[in-house]
Design a protein around this ligand. Structure first.
Ligand code: GTP
Ligand code: MG
Length: 195
């Protein structure tokens, strides 16, 4: 990635600029590492704002990459300490974006494997299934788990998904801190962007 252009922060899908480039959206619980993954993949340390406190990203943030595709950083869901009103606002923002965005190519659904499968994640995944939104799964913070544990937890997550789905989407294991897994994910994105 050579040229990254910040297109802006937008409060709703309606407010996002029309583009004719494919968009890749980052979706997941607050604090799962969406903004950090964007910084890791682009190699720009502070492109997307990150924070140790959940609820950092509150708008739809769009970044154009090499005049070819667009990265979309979305607010997180599932943070208990956000007010009900704010939670509903974020949920509407995410739902509207995923349902209406014409150029949405794929969603990267981020999952923190350090904790058991979360209802909010399963709900989000099943919602995308119902609305025919294409997605893949990206496990985050994997440097925090030993390879043995990682394999087991991926298995548990897969089994949980197979309770609802007959097949599984592509999955990727990443760590933005250790900078691992990014090449595989980018290779996959490149392939679907160019096809
Ligand atoms: P919201 O914008 O609040 O929805 O959160 P987010 O999903 O964008 O998470 P963000 O990227 O801001 O990261 C949340 C916290 O997780 C920060 O303290 C990051 O430093 C940390 N984090 C992100 N990626 C990794 C990782 O790969 N490993 C570890 N150990 N921590 C990470
Ligand atoms: Mg964020």
């Amino acid at each position: 990635m050579k040229n990254i252009r910040f297109l802006g922060s937008f409060p709703s899908e309606n407010a996002c600029p029309a583009t004719n480039l494919p968009e890749v959206a980052f979706v997941g619980r607050s604090n799962v590492g969406k903004s950090s993954l964007i910084n890791y993949l682009t190699g720009r340390k502070n492109l997307a704002k990150t924070s140790g406190t959940p609820g950092k990203t509150q708008m739809i943030n769009m970044f154009e990459v090499d005049n070819t595709w667009i990265l979309v950083d979305l607010p997180g869901y599932g943070y208990a300490r956000t007010s009900k009103k704010a939670r509903e606002r974020f949920e509407k923002m995410i739902n509207d974006y995923l349902r209406n965005r014409q150029n949405l190519l794929v969603v990267l659904q981020l999952i923190d494997l350090r904790i058991p499968p979360q209802e909010s994640d399963i709900e989000r995944i099943n919602w995308m299934g119902e609305h025919a939104v294409p997605f893949c799964i990206v496990f985050t913070k994997t440097e925090k788990i030993t390879p043995d544990h990682l394999e087991k937890r991926v298995g548990v997550f897969r089994d949980t998904m197979l309770e609802y789905w007959s097949s599984l989407p592509p999955t990727f294991a990443t760590s933005s801190t250790a900078k691992t897994g990014g090449e595989n994910l980018l290779a996959y994105l490149e392939e679907i962007i160019n096809n």
